[in-house]
Design a protein around this ligand. Structure first.
Ligand code: 2AM
Ligand code: CA
Length: 267
């Protein structure tokens, strides 16, 4: 039923790989760190056109131009045409296409494709998560031995002190950190057991919609940093991990949120 969605995402991956002279088409969406290229727009256009041809009843909620046609739709695709745009612009080959299908407020199917490594992550609700057809699972690593992936949400400047507090608190308690620049891939690598814990203080739904289902279908936990369910219509912080290290992260987050100067800094 979702094979068409997967095929469409794989096809869009070719467009990413064909990219040349990326620097010539970069513009900023306001902040210097918040970039868009002609390829973000072209991939999004291709995805929207083909997804609507295959699933004519579905709506679309996509990153570029914040394209939103979900009014009155039972289900809609949440699309990030290139997650890790800053990496893409610099030729750091760590970016992906992310598409999640949202039905009644929850993600029921997901597909994340990193064309550089030819890594295709897929999940359907209740049917497990897969990397190139092989089922994947989160680790059961405890906090002390956890490799932590995180994003620094620098495009929301008010969240920066909170991000730094998380790093400060976690640093002596975990194995190490990595900061990759694609929240969707961070979630997928956690789902595949390549990392153990993830947090970011503010993201948009297209960054985490697909990845969140891939995490839960891989046996992991995911929520906003206060432990409440992710919101798929608004900005939201994201926490993900296995049962043990996830609850340690949520406890830490709730403690940080109580600190006087942290009020409102975790979305
Ligand atoms: P992007 O590459 O599609 O822009 C890294 O911290 C993560 O933040 C990436 O997934 C990146 O997605 C995302 N990101 C970048 N700018 C953002 C913004 N203005 N709002 C929300 N997420 C953003
Ligand atoms: Ca994104």
């Amino acid at each position: 039923m979702y094979q068409a969605m997967v095929d469409i995402v794989l096809e869009a991956g070719k467009l990413l790989l064909s990219a040349r002279n990326i620097q010539d088409s970069v513009s900023s969406k306001g902040l210097a760190c918040d970039l868009v290229t002609a390829y973000d727009r072209a991939v999004q256009e291709q995805l929207c056109r083909e997804l609507l041809a295959a699933y004519p009843q579905a709506g679309i909620y996509a990153e570029e131009e914040e394209l939103c046609s979900i009014e009155g739709k039972d289900r809609y695709f949440i699309i990030d045409p290139i997650d890790g745009t800053a990496n893409f612009v610099r030729g750091l080959h760590h970016s992906c296409i992310s598409v999640g299908l949202c039905e009644k407020g929850e993600i029921v199917a997901a597909c994340v494709y990193n064309p550089y490594a030819d890594e295709l992550f897929t999940a359907v609700k209740g049917r497990g998560a897969y990397l190139n057809g092989q089922q994947i699972h989160v680790t059961d690593t405890d906090l002390e031995h956890s490799m932590v992936l995180f994003g620094s949400a620098i495009y929301y400047r008010d969240t920066v002190p909170a991000t730094l507090r998380f790093v400060e608190e976690l640093f002596p308690k975990v194995l190490d950190f990595r900061r990759g620049g694609s929240a969707a891939l961070d979630l997928c690598y956690l789902a595949a057991g390549k990392a153990d814990l993830f947090f970011e203080c503010c993201l948009r739904p297209w960054d985490y919609a697909a990845g969140s289902l891939i995490v839960t279908e891989a046996g992991g936990m995911v929520s906003a940093l206060d432990g409440s369910p992710l919101r798929f219509y608004d900005r939201c912080s994201v926490a993900a991990g296995n049962r043990g290290n996830f609850s340690a992260l949520i406890q830490l987050s709730q403690a940080i949120a109580q600190e006087g100067d942290m009020k409102g800094r975790i979305k």
